[in-house]
Design a protein around this ligand. Sequence first.
Ligand code: GLN
Length: 385
Amino acid sequence: MTKTAQRTSTFNESVIREMTRIAHRTGAVNLAQGFPDFPMPAPMKDAACAAIMGDVNQYAITWGSPALRIAIAEKYRRWYGMQVDPDTEITVTCGATEAMAATFMALIDPGDEVIILEPFYENYGPDAVLAGAKPVFVPLVAPDWHLDIERLAASITPRTRALVLNTPHNPTGKVFSRAEISAIAELAERHNFLVFTDEIYEHLVYAGHHHPIATWPGMRERTVTISGLSKTFSCTGWRLGYAIAPRELSGSIRKVHDFLTVGAAAPLQAAGAVGMAFDADYYNHLQRAYKQRRDVMMTALVKAGFSCSAPDGAYYILADFSAIDGTRNDREFAIWLAETIGVATVPGTSFYGDPGRGTSSVRFAFCKTFETLGRAAERLELLNR
Ligand code: GLN
């Protein structure tokens, strides 16, 4: 009998990617996997073509081409007043996904506990398993998904090595407040743990402000800031992400990254540097368009009978369907919705570690053209007939 490694038996295939395949099979409008269906900025596409034609087709430096690392450091200085050394503190990776996985493997020992705030983007669970970490789930409190600081404090043990923060948050759209971030920072300092912060939706904020925890006093040295180009520049297929961390932590992340992937695509890194230099106009426009998409989606969902609140950031709405269907669970409902109504979503349970949570919700991604959203809205109206 063929034997597979024990570690792979403790997590399942990605439900998000599975729902995309179900959308293809059923012809449903794919509001499951969070990727834009509109074009990325033309200057970046031109720069990628020019890089390929200009023979930038061999390995870049393992931890990222100098041009892209310099552009990232410059952007963090401009936007957040963060001083980042491009030579020693940035690792360019194959998407934020690899940045998070490499961070876990570089900085977590088997048996270490890692706090994950629930609901959470499904990758963090397997990331923990692959690193041998013990995930400790701390629920955010519905309906406004606030952080219960006392509950968080009570979940810290001498084995707590890190906390995963994701703001703006997938799947709820929560943007962590200054007070919440201060509380996390205070606990991290007091109990000497690291913070791995996934800020991939940093430019998609509709209410409040994005606060990078690395800018808090004392936090820069214990934070790995992870982000990437996928969401900001609508290029999820380019797989360009990065981790920013102090020199010593970056040294370990770089080693893991090197032996996993050697490096991200060289010509796309060249083009990525062009995007990182865009000015505020680009970001303002992106944010305005996304806010409109959010409003269109919210209107459609409320009209169809879902119970949900408007997200402050990111591009997802986690919607409760119990008023529409009180019998199916989240997975049955998601498959029924794709097959019968023609809209693909992600079942709520895929964002929880504890079984039994998320059973009456599904996640809608609204990173789509107004035409696609309109098509989805028309189909969702069928729920009222
Ligand atoms: N982050 C996106 C989501 O939550 C895409 C995930 C992926 O498939 N890499 O849908």
